[in-house]
Design a protein around this ligand. Structure first.
Ligand code: ADP
Length: 256
């Protein structure tokens, strides 16, 4: 579904001799229905990767092909449709604080041509999925972090996206809330068939819900494939250091 080939992103550094290479000939493939983790330390290039999949940054070279089309060659309505096929969930929720939960979830639908009744029906369907129907007319300031992230997930689903891009979705949450949000994402993936791409620095996120992972280090993919194999064989130093002390905890790991 998403084929990333020799993707390179350089940022021009005016005062330095060389440009900053945020991504360096990165290649990997994400299949429809995957929950694909992109993990790495801070500065590894994760956000740049996600922005390029979301068509918010252009590559210096290389391609991202989605459903057989180079996304950087899309124009007009095809480009708009591509943007609509993506929902995004951020670490900081990015909700409109002056709007109710209902209005936040309805917001992306208002940008398209839904009639009022259809919007209302869909918002309640989405709030049902994330378990927040009774909070429809609350303001985000009255909600916990986990509830805010549920609103953000409902909003991300508003236009029936093919994929959801998650930018450190649980980094601001405690471990219990993290589990419930990861469970929700897993259920959405399974029941709605939405492909999920998650960037994270937390190995537990990868371990708990991803089926595949790419390990990024200094802009290069140093390891990628099935989570079960990557975590078992620990072929790369970075994978080992991301695992840290978690190895000892593995036995008691809760299955979501
Ligand atoms: P991560 O998300 O893994 O922390 P980023 O993708 O944010 O990493 O950054 C990768 C590298 O690219 C870093 O060295 C960062 O400073 C640099 N970088 C990211 N965005 C920009 C930008 N807009 N201009 C210049 N350098 C950038």
């Amino acid at each position: 579904m998403i084929e990333i080939k020799e993707l390179t992103k350089e940022f021009i550094e005016k005062r330095a001799e060389n440009n900053l290479v945020a991504l360096d000939h990165v290649s990997f493939t994400i299949e429809k229905g995957d929950i694909y983790g992109i993990i790495g330390m801070s500065g590894a290039g994760k956000s740049t990767m996600l922005k390029m999949i979301g068509l918010l940054e252009k590559p210096t070279s290389g391609t991202i092909t989605v459903n057989g089309r180079d996304i950087n060659k899309l124009e007009g309505i095809e480009k708009i449709n591509y943007y609509r096929s993506i929902g995004t969930v951020f670490q900081g929720y990015n909700l409109l604080m002056q709007r109710t939960v209902f209005e936040n979830v309805a917001f992306p639908m208002k940008l398209t041509k839904y009639d009022k009744k259809a919007v209302e029906k869909r918002v309640f369907e989405l709030l049902e999925i994330v378990g927040l129907k009774e909070k429809a007319y609350q303001y985000p300031s009255k909600l916990s972090g986990g509830q805010r992230q549920r609103v953000a997930i409902a909003r991300a689903l508003a236009n029936n996206p093919e994929m959801i891009l998650c930018d450190e979705p649980t980094s601001a949450l405690d471990s219990l809330t993290t589990n419930s949000i990861l469970k929700l994402l897993k259920r959405i993936n399974r029941e709605l068939g939405v492909t999920i791409i998650i960037i994270t620095h937390e190995i537990e996120v990868v371990r708990k819900i991803c089926n595949k992972v790419a390990v990024l280090d200094h802009g290069k993919v140093v390891d990628n494939g099935l989570v079960s194999e990557i975590l078992k064989y620990k072929r790369h130093e970075i994978t080992k250091s991301l695992l840290g002390d978690e190895d000892e905890e593995e036995e008691g790991e809760e299955e979501l």
